[in-house]
Design a protein around this ligand. Structure first.
Ligand SMILES: NCc1[nH]cc(CCC(=O)O)c1CC(=O)O
Length: 315
């Protein structure tokens, strides 16, 4: 018998549901009980816009510390919040199968990107979403917002009963809405041809200590890992790494395994949405190194095409 696997999580509703579903699967696979360990992160404490807080990994650092200090054995993160630099002493032990990768428009009165009136106020805290929104619909006003999913939905007029709402719509990740059982708020799943998601969007990351040696745990995590999801997010994150960009840079990337090819698309946007540089590239499906190479190669093409002059990459 093993002692319970201790799984670190942020306290937000989204983090708790994500961690609980991971914990149940890992517990089953390792034939072990588990307990959740709540960790408060800087990203939960600080107020203000995420782009103002800046820096990568505000949601991640405290969870990583908790694993390194052996206050817990695993940490569950949203992969898109995970810095591209590896954390010494930790390893990305499992990337479970990805949820919906798309961004979701949640608008009043069933409106969509095409039917929102000019002048509509659309909330997002993400420069990537803001830029692609402006490019798709130059007439709308993008409003910088932050807060948890329910706070954001509450800003949309008529979407949440009792909340007056000062916005016509917000854009959130479909994956988070689904995990929270809030998919009814979605009025349009935005086609990635219009809005390329963030690298790693919709995927989770399970980290453990490199030295983890509990019987069965590493094996359980290896069998929980989803090969094509890992290849896709590896390629996407390699773009970000090569551009030396952070998670709040106006960059989107999406890779998919299509037959025996890994197809990667990436976009770099100016903040005003007027310049959009979008390229794609494919490689034969191979190992993680080949997926990284594909991401690096596409990033080099973006740089050669002027990416650094379009967007503030290091924010
Ligand atoms: N940066 C916030 C964040 N990190 C992960 C998700 C949920 C979706 C996902 O797993 O990609 C969200 C919320 C959002 O973007 O709407």
């Amino acid at each position: 018998m093993m002692t319970p696997i201790r799984i670190g999580t942020r306290g937000s509703a989204l983090a708790m549901t994500q961690t609980t579903s991971v914990a149940e699967r890992v517990g089953d696979l390792a034939e072990s009980s588990y307990e959740l360990v709540r960790v408060r992160t800087e990203g939960d404490v600080l107020k203000g816009s995420l782009s103002q807080i800046g820096g990568t990994g505000v949601f991640v650092a405290a969870l990583r510390e908790a694993v390194l200090q052996e206050r817990c054995d695993l940490a569950v993160h949203s992969l898109k919040d995970l810095p591209t630099l590896p954390a010494p002493g930790l390893t990305l032990a499992a990337v479970p199968e990805r949820e919906d990768v798309r961004d979701a428009l949640c608008a009043r009165d069933g409106l969509t990107l095409a039917t929102l009136p000019d002048g509509a106020r659309v909330g997002t805290g993400s420069p990537r979403r803001a830029a692609q929104l402006r490019a798709a619909r130059p007439g709308i006003e993008v409003v910088d917002i932050r807060g948890n999913v329910d706070t954001r939905l509450g800003r949309v007029a008529g979407l949440v009963s009792g909340a007056p709402g000062d916005l016509d719509a917000v854009v959130l990740a479909a994956a988070g809405l689904r995990r929270l059982g809030r998919e009814k708020a979605i009025t349009e799943l935005v086609d990635p041809a219009v809005m390329l998601p963030a690298p790693g969007q919709g995927a989770l990351a399970v980290e453990c200590r490199e030295s983890e040696s509990a019987p069965g745990l590493r094996e359980a995590l290896t069998s929980y890992d989803h090969g094509s999801t890992r290849l896709a997010v590896t390629a996407e994150r390699a773009v970000l790494w090569r551009l030396e960009a952070g998670c709040s840079a106006p960059i989107g990337a999406l890779a998919r395994v299509q037959g025996d090819e890994l197809a990667l698309e990436a976009v770099v946007c100016s903040l005003d949405g007027r310049s959009i540089l979008r390229l794609n590239r494919t490689a034969p499906v191979g190992d993680a190194d080949a997926a990284s190479q594909l991401g690096h190669d596409l990033a080099d093409e973006l740089l050669a095409a002027g990416a650094a002059g379009i967007a503030p990459l290091t924010t």
